[in-house]
Design a protein around this ligand. Structure first.
Ligand SMILES: Nc1ncnc2c1ncn2[C@@H]1O[C@H](COP(=O)(O)OP(=O)(O)OP(=O)(O)O)[C@@H](O)[C@H]1O
Ligand SMILES: [Mg+2]
Length: 562
């Protein structure tokens, strides 16, 4: 046992001493040390690329040694080999010089600036050569950025890297595809083919038949792809926030026409009066134009939402699935909300001045909010439109805006983009009419479909025509009050029809009669006449504290007075 221990101590001691001597000897051999450093690609500034340098240096030394050995063995063969090597080298150097010269501009103008701007975000050593991690096509249609394996890939860094690369390479809204799994993460940017400059109905007509009844077609996007959103899947309500003349009315008109084609009913609130003349007189559309008409239409809408909810409740099962038919899909187009809201508020203020017991907030706005809230389950969808869809523009309810899950922006400015799509970087705004960015859980650029009024009108009645429900203000109906059916696009106008007067138009308060021009005198004068004039029509009823009169009787009294 003792001998084993002694043997182990002896071996360890001898080995340790031998290593120490060799190490000391090596330390004194400056030449050997320098050679080892040189051959292994060492540099004082520890610049990256050591393996490459080591290969070059060791290769050159090996070649020199081989040359001397070869010369000593056979000078003739070595001479010929040298000539061959020289010729090949000249050819390779010439070819590389030509490549370098051709790529020099590319390197100087695109690669190097991108390297300098992006190396920090990409966590690449600044001293590395750009070509080692950047590959950019000569026409800059595609760029690949090879990232280090430990790149953290957080959302902000990703966004910044794409933005820097796009700016430095002059690629307008490139398509970014990431490969982050595995040891070699990379970002590939490719130039996106922009949406077509113009899209006609004929270009998308056959797609309309293939879309589901709750799918909206916005237009054609990059590489001619269809840009759609679903009213039941993505968002029950949509918004159009587009500057003046950007194509709001046309876009909304096309959205409505395609829904009408699929069997929906439309209600258009058009304060500008003539934005949607294409739909005037259609059996499946009602249009409210004046403030009191819009007010009445919204009250009806609120009532309809409640009715549909009652039906849904009566026909729902334990899981909340609705089995009852609540009615056809109802699409409400709210034109120019910025202006409409202030008119509705002013209208309500007028009514409140007559009757202080009325609530402060217009019931029409309350109705709009409740449709916003309950719309999805009872097939009522709102198209909010405005030059800038602020909370005020949609009725003052911040929650209501949250439920607009799909917004199309056109001719936008940075504040509008930040307000409505702040989660996404803003693409450059285009002034081209019909060019929109459809923002949902992503941003898709699209060119809206340019349709003529006739095309929209024909489309609206070319499919399943659902007549407006009975009692809907502003709906076209035949004389007995039932809505007319239109069999096909060639019968675009319903003949022999009358307008079902909205309830407010049949019975009006005195201030409405003055505002509407039913009587041609001031409110003060008509109030006096109501008290003193014996020919003044008898009051037909009360709305709150305000009296109501028959509009026709008032008009007749006014005509007789003149
Ligand atoms: N998808 C489209 N493609 C090409 N041009 C379009 C498109 N949409 C609209 N335009 C053009 O833009 C013009 C304005 O369209 P539209 O009236 O719909 O805009 P708007 O935003 O409603 O304008 P306003 O603010 O005046 O109400 C149209 O007359 C048409 O020439
Ligand atoms: Mg318009």
């Amino acid at each position: 046992m003792m001998s084993y221990v002694l043997g182990a101590v002896l071996i360890t001691g001898t080995a340790g001493y031998a290593v120490f001597r060799v190490r000391r000897w090596l330390d004194r051999q400056a030449f050997l040390l320098a050679s080892a450093r040189f051959l292994s690609g060492h540099r004082k500034d520890s610049r990256p690329g050591r393996a490459r340098r080591a290969a070059w240096r060791s290769g050159s030394v090996l070649a020199a040694v081989a040359l001397v050995a070869g010369w000593l063995a056979s000078p003739q063969v070595t001479g010929w080999a040298l000539i061959l090597c020289f010729t090949v080298s000249v050819m390779v150097v010439t070819w590389r010089a030509w490549r370098l010269l051709a790529g020099w501009r590319h390197h100087r103008v695109w690669l190097r600036p991108l390297h300098l701007a992006a190396h920090e975000v990409a966590q690449i050593d600044r001293r590395r050569r750009p070509g080692e991690w950047l590959a950019v096509e000569p026409d800059r249609s595609r760029a690949v950025l090879a990232l280090p394996s430990g790149w953290p890939a957080d959302a902000t860094d990703k966004q910044r890297l794409v933005a820097i690369a796009a700016a430095k390479l002059g690629m307008e809204s490139p398509e970014a595809s990431w490969r982050l799994a595995g040891p070699d993460p990379q970002l590939e940017l490719s130039m996106s083919q922009p949406p077509p400059a113009r899209v006609a109905l004929a270009d998308v007509r056959e797609h309309l038949d293939r879309l589901k009844a709750d799918e909206l077609l916005w237009g054609l996007g990059k590489r001619g792809a269809l840009v759609t959103s679903s009213l039941s899947g993505d968002s029950p309500h949509v918004g159009l926030s587009m500057g003046s003349g950007a194509g709001k009315s046309l876009t909304a008109g096309f959205l409505l026409a395609q829904m009408l084609y699929h069997g929906a009913v439309g209600l258009i609130l058009d304060y500008k009066m003539i934005s949607h003349q294409w739909a005037a007189g259609l059996p499946n559309v009602a249009i409210a134009r004046r403030p009191h008409e819009i007010h009445a239409a919204l009250l009806w809408l609120g009532g309809e939402a409640e009715r549909r909810n009652e039906v849904a409740l009566a026909g729902s099962d334990m899981d909340g699935n609705v089995h009852a038919v609540v009615g056809g899909r109802l699409i409400v187009v709210c034109e120019e909300l910025n202006a409409t809201m202030s008119k509705l508020r002013a209208y309500w203020r007028g009514l409140r001045n007559e009757d202080r017991s009325l609530p402060q907030r217009s019931p029409a706005l309350e109705a709009l909010d409740s449709v916003n809230l309950m719309g999805r389950q009872v097939l009522m969808n709102l198209i909010y439109m405005g030059q800038r869809l602020s909370v005020k523009a949609i009725g003052g309810d911040g929650d209501a805006r949250e439920s607009i899950g799909v917004v199309a922006l056109g001719r936008y400015k940075p504040p509008a983009w930040k307000m409505l799509a702040g989660d996404f970087p803003m693409p450059p705004a285009s002034l081209a009419p019909g060019r929109i960015q459809v923002v949902s859980d992503r941003v898709r650029e699209a060119q809206g479909v340019l349709t003529s009024a006739r095309e929209r009108r024909e489309l609206a009645v070319a499919g399943t025509v659902t007549p407006c429900p009975r009692g809907m203000p502003g709906a076209v109906a035949v004389a007995d009050g039932t809505a007319a059916q239109i069999p096909g696009p060639d019968l675009g106008v319903v003949s022999g029809t009358v307008l079902v007067a909205p309830s407010l138009a049949a019975r009006v308060t005195l201030s409405e009669a003055v505002a509407e021009g039913i009587v041609s005198c001031s409110l003060h004068a008509v109030r006096k006449a109501a008290q003193r004039d014996r020919d003044f029509p008898v009051r037909a009823g009360l709305r709150g504290l305000a009296g109501e009169w028959d509009a026709v009787a008032l008009a007749e009294w006014d005509a007789g007075r003149r």
